[in-house]
Design a protein around this ligand. Structure first.
Ligand code: 13P
Length: 343
């Protein structure tokens, strides 16, 4: 596998494939395990992730890369094989979440700033040695009355650009993730408000990336879709989400960026797939459009697994099904009928 940033980025957005976000922090995976009544021990976390990475059908045919949490990058499968080797053997690129989480932003009530730049250069060097070839940093932008502020958008965009520059220095492709959240409290948070804020955030991020001399050909953008907030009084249709998202991205993301891999952000499994497929049907587009889903790829598999060894095969087939549907969506070839036939 080539070590050039441009080649790694292209591999991450290979045709008909997308990224599995399995980088839940210790706190987040505990929440996921709580939902199925499984204790979050190191072994259970390993078993769950090993189950996913050994799902051959999904991993070989539909998954281009896997984002890991620090613990998983260092873990070995039950038979002693490093989990990173399972991912590489399936032909996927191992990646690593490197931010230290979104924390309350001082002086900006209700807003967050992502931490983790201190010591990042050394951590990236170590992660490269452990096999990671891409990284992820997530900035969180909330929508509420008077929020987001310019100070928050600017500080998060600057941190993303500083992170991206450090990654590229270390031979690691940065996934740049400015997430405008969809679960804001206000009824006025409809798709048009999401459009405004997403456009603002992306313009600011690309300004900062330019100032920090980040190579656009050697990065992947991970944005939210332009979608109605959970509490919006009017919910946009799937066609509207697809049309607004593509329009917003065309007006903000340079064509030099090889690919855009969406987060699912709380959409249902099928919504996330449908939206992606509709967008790809609107092509030709200047960049690849694919998925980098966490919840929308794992929810069915997590439930089917339930922490029991005897459920591993059923969980793997649930994961493979979801991965296949999203692989089709990445090519603009998904349909609700296919979903039913394949289920
Ligand atoms: P979701 O798809 O569950 O939003 O997670 C993707 C992710 O990696 C968020 O940082």
């Amino acid at each position: 596998m080539s070590e050039r940033l441009e080649d790694i980025a292209q591999a991450m957005v290979a045709d008909g494939k997308g990224i599995l976000a399995a980088d839940e922090s210790t706190g987040t995976i505990k929440k996921r395990f709580d939902s199925i009544g499984v204790e979050s021990t190191e072994d259970n976390r390993r078993d769950y992730r090993e189950m996913l990475f050994r799902a051959d059908d999904a991993m070989k045919n539909c998954i281009s890369g896997v984002i890991l949490f620090d613990e998983t990058l260092r873990q070995k499968a039950a038979d002693g094989t490093p989990l990173v080797d399972l991912i590489r053997a399936a032909g996927a690129v191992p990646g690593i979440k490197v931010d230290a989480g979104a924390k309350d932003m001082p002086g900006f009530p209700g807003e967050k700033i992502t931490e983790g730049l201190d010591g990042l250069r050394d951590r990236l060097r170590e992660y490269h040695g452990l096999g990671a070839r891409f990284a992820k940093w997530r900035a969180v932008i909330d929508i509420a009355d008077g929020i987001p502020s310019w100070g928050c958008v600017k500080a998060n965009a600057h941190a993303l650009a500083r992170y991206a520059a450090l990654c590229q220095e270390a031979g690691i492709v940065p996934i740049v993730e400015p997430e405008v959240l969809m679960d804001g409290p206000v009824a006025a948070h409809d798709a048009d408000r999401c459009y405004q804020v997403t456009e603002w955030a992306l313009n600011t991020v690309f300004d900062e990336l330019f100032e920090q001399r980040v190579l656009l050909e050697g990065m992947v953008l991970k944005p939210n879709m332009v979608i109605s907030g959970k509490n919006a009084s009017r919910q946009a249709s799937a066609e509207e989400v697809a049309e607004k998202t593509v329009r917003c991205l065309k007006s903000t993301v340079p064509a030099a960026v090889p690919g855009i891999a969406f987060l699912s952000g709380g959409q249902s499994d099928e919504e996330a797939t449908r939206h992606l497929s509709l967008m790809n049907e609107m092509g030709p587009l200047p960049w690849k459009l694919t998925f980098s889903y966490g919840r929308a790829l794992q929810a069915a598999a997590l439930k089917a697994w339930g922490g029991k060894t005897e459920n591993v095969a059923a969980a793997q087939s649930a994961f493979s099904h979801r991965a296949r549907m999203n692989g089709l969506a990445a090519a603009g070839k998904w349909s609700a009928d296919q979903e039913k036939q394949a289920a």
